[in-house]
Design a protein around this ligand. Structure first.
Ligand code: HEM
Length: 504
């Protein structure tokens, strides 16, 4: 027994010593990384080992927007700004040339550090290898090619009736709010609307979240919140206090994927029966998986990855853009009058908006673009740069992540004079185009597949809202942003709603 205890304590001491040596070796490695990259300007580290992660954590746990910190850092340290987390190096790039060089090329894959974390959420498969998160170029390209027809301009033009029909349901709801002199959270309402639109357009399903509050939209929200904590706070999962929330997130992911499996199966059955099925996103998702006889388990999972991807990518960002737009217009009477006049001139009192009408709503497009400049709802993107590169004259040894923030560049004086002033004329058709400093839909091969879809939807909804209603923000509403990974209006844009008086 005595000998056994002695052996045990020696083994424990040896293991402790080994851990200490490994820790020391790791610290030396971190030191080596510091020496390799410290010539790149950047803010002082919060700590030797964890680098700038304390700043990220503080922002996640407080109401400060981490993107404002990025903006401050870019202003102070210049267009190539280094950040450290353990042995990882992140370079915030805000110069147009560097942005163009990296984002426009397919040479630089999406960054492993960030996107891999969205493969699973707390151990439950989430976005997997779907379109947004796929890192392998071949795997991504195959999916994107198959998905393209569901986003061709011809196909999108055919969707105008669905956009009209769904947006009308929101108008009915708002008429009810206005007639009963009630208030409404516009963020909540447009969120339900865009969820219903993506369910209908992409998957042929009538979700009707504007009418009933089902578990599904709640699950989507829970996953978004889970994404934020899982990515930003590495220690979140270790805190026993967070277990109930983590369980909720896992269940929400599971609900999304099982719903996806049911909808995919229903569509496959319809296809097998020779039924007439639309050429929509769901049909394309099924095509990405290949032939039934050779379908692997991973093919099945990939279909679910894309199902979840389109639900997550395809509604919230548009809803937030709409909510920010309504919020801004409540405090800009001149711009509001001008955009209302355009809507009145183009669509008058008619209910159905046509594709031709959308082409004529030029000032409304400018307003929506300007909304995304100040409030880019998907604020940035990142790429792995594995080989040495020179950006803005600074040599960056390979092995870093380059981060591009449309939020930071959109609010920099050197790109947009008086950046906090909401001025749609910056996007006047005759104004010079912003040069690689405005990219709310990202840029290059991995830019947003749903850009035209989103802007068509946003235009139809805004045009109808402006045609029929006046909005006033309730007292106490702020213009602050909230970071959920995507950016949204913190006060949820709670408004009193009145029908417009067209007799004036
Ligand atoms: C205002 C609305 C939207 C904004 C601001 C937006 C923004 C973005 C951004 C910045 C990316 C790049 C993400 C990254 O690099 O991590 C992206 C990718 C993507 N978005 Fe959107 N998006 C919007 C609406 C939509 C809609 C409505 C859909 C689908 C119907 C959609 C589908 C996608 C897909 C599939 C990707 C991945 C593209 C790829 O890598 O091939 N988005 N979006």
């Amino acid at each position: 027994m005595g000998i056994f205890l002695v052996i045990l304590s020696w083994t424990a001491m040896f293991l402790l010593f080994l851990v200490f040596i490994l820790f020391l070796a790791y610290c030396l490695y971190v030191k080596h990384i510091h020496m390799k990259y410290d010539h790149i300007p950047g803010p002082p580290r919060d700590s030797f080992l964890f680098g700038h992660s304390a700043t990220y954590l503080r922002a996640t746990r407080s109401s400060k927007l981490i993107h404002d910190t990025f903006l401050e850092w870019a202003e102070i340290h210049g267009p190539v700004c280094r950040q450290n987390i353990l042995h990882y190096i992140i370079i915030l790039v805000t110069c147009p040339e560097g942005t163009k060089e990296v984002l426009m090329s397919s040479k630089y894959p999406k960054d492993r550090f960030f996107y891999k974390q969205l493969f699973n959420l707390f151990g439950q498969r989430f976005l997997g290898n779907g379109l947004v998160t796929a890192q392998d170029h071949e795997q991504w390209y195959k999916q994107r090619r198959i998905m393209d027809p569901a986003f061709s301009s011809l196909y999108l033009r055919g969707l105008i009736s669905v956009f009209n029909e769904r947006a009308e349901k929101l108008m009915t709801k708002l008429s009810d709010v206005a007639d009963n002199e009630r208030e409404a959270s516009m963020l909540h309402l447009v969120n339900s609307l865009t969820l219903d639109v993506i369910a209908k357009v992409a998957f042929g399903v009538d979700l009707e979240t504007l009418k009933d509050s089902s578990l599904f939209p709640q699950a989507v929200q829970t996953c978004l919140k889970g994404m934020l904590f899982s990515v930003r706070d590495k220690f979140f999962k270790f805190n026993p206090k967070n277990r109930p929330f983590i369980k909720e997130v896992r269940e929400a992911c599971h609900l999304l994927r099982t719903t996806g499996a049911q909808w995919i199966q229903a569509r496959k059955t319809a296809m097998e029966n020779g039924d007439d099925v639309p050429n929509d996103i769901l049909t394309q998702i099924i095509k990405t998986a290949g032939k039934e006889e050779s379908m692997t388990e991973e093919d099945e999972e990939l279909m679910l990855d894309n199902f979840v991807t389109f639900f997550i990518a395809g509604h919230e960002t548009t809803a937030n853009q709409l909510a920010f737009c309504i919020m801004e217009l409540t405090r800009l009477p001149d711009i509001l009058e001008k955009v209302k006049k355009e809507v009145d001139d183009v669509i008058g009192m008619k209910q159905d908006i046509t594709n031709e009408d959308l082409g004529k709503l030029i000032y409304l497009s400018q307003v929506l673009k300007e909304t995304l400049r100040i409030y880019p709802t998907a604020p940035g993107t990142s790429r792995d740069v594995l080989e040495d590169i020179v950006i803005d004259g600074i040599h960056i040894p390979g092995g870093v992540t380059c981060f591009f923030s449309s939020y930071a560049t959109g609010r920099m004086d050197k790109f947009f004079k008086d950046p906090l002033t909401f001025d749609p004329d910056r996007f006047h058709p005759d104004a010079p185009k912003p040069y690689y400093c405005y990219y709310p839909f990202a840029l290059g091969p991995r830019s947003c597949l749903g850009k035209n879809f989103a802007q068509m939807e946003a235009k139809v909804v805004m045009a109808k809202l402006l045609q029929r209603f006046d909005f006033t923000l309730l007292p106490g509403q702020t213009f602050d942003l909230q970071d959920y990974g995507t950016l949204r209006p913190k006060s949820r844009v709670v408004c009193s709603v009145r029908r417009r008086n067209h007799k004036k």
